[in-house]
Ligand binder design. Sequence first.
Ligand SMILES: Cc1ncc(COP(=O)(O)O)c(C=O)c1O
Length: 385
Amino acid sequence: MRQAIHNLEASKIREVANAGLGRSDVLAFWFGESDEVTPEVIRQAAIDSLQQGETFYAHNLGLPELREAVAQYMSGLHPAIEASRIAITSGGVNALMLAVQALVDAGDEVVAVTPVWPNLTAQPAILGARVRSVPLVPKAGQWTLDLDALRTTVTPATKLLIVNAPNNPTGWTLASAEQQAILDHCRQTGTWILADEVYERLYFDATPKGCAPSFLDISTPDDRLVVAHSFSKSFLMTGWRLGWLVLPPVLMDGMGKLIEFNTSCASVFTQRAGIAALAHSQEITPRVVAHLKACRDTLVPLLADIPGVQVAPARGGMYAFFKLEGFDDSLALAKRLVAEAGLGLAPGSAFAPEAQGWLRWCFASKDPQRLVQGVERLKTWLAAR
Ligand SMILES: Cc1ncc(COP(=O)(O)O)c(C=O)c1O
């Protein structure tokens, strides 16, 4: 096996979840997905497609109807985007890997803003890139970007900058002015930007379009910018494996070839479900977001009330990221919480060394009472120590 694969760290989130395997009494909030099933109208579209016998290969870049629907959906949120710049992928994680495969050679330098979902740093490492990080800085529970640190770290030697905002796990979001500063800098250094914007609709500040600031709002089609998206989060479709990329025209031919050699295409019945999701986005997504906001507003004040907890309300995403005073090893802490409190959280150290001592709590819970019960378990466990 290649050394880069040997060097990959096993998922610390899985390590904690495995410790709770087979225990039905554990309240689990460790994975980044809602416990609510995909809306019926989306499931029905897939059923209809299968009933009609759509069981064959499709175009590498996706069904033209879906690419058009994505382009229209994105053009409603951002300046107009042509369908010819959209590639349909088998999930957000596949979109990200394809982008990295298209841009990064072994030995290239890649910079990622961290803490971040570990797949984003593992993917370039798999390809043999050298991954450096620009750590966000926690201030009273809120994580912030030091733009000067980013400008110092990203140099003409940097092939790719990876930014995920709204961020998993911290809930950090980027302001448009910060995105402009990053784009200006990367234009100067000739660095590509891979913007993971899968949580753009899960944004809790009131905005006219219900969407976080995006690099697409400030860039031109020819910028060295690739934006990754997913149906998983805003449409409750994690198990479907459907996502998309917005690419500059110069990458489209190559992307078609890359998809051929990875998955060849996303399955057609899944793409039909994607078309239905977009057709109903104005009902589905605002409901999902309003519910998530209520979940956040249930969980965060309860956590903040616990002595020794440092937490700030996430502006986007589906996670509360918090620090418990007196605990420096988050993996050990998360395992103890499973074993002794029946509470399943993800350890901060899964996302970056600087998040050691932090825990991630996915608040996408259909029944917010589960969150209240989880906090009770945490408080009882802390009191008994
Ligand atoms: C930041 C981020 N990007 C991308 C993804 C990929 O999502 P999916 O592969 O389900 O589309 C996730 C999933 O948790 C994520 O947290």
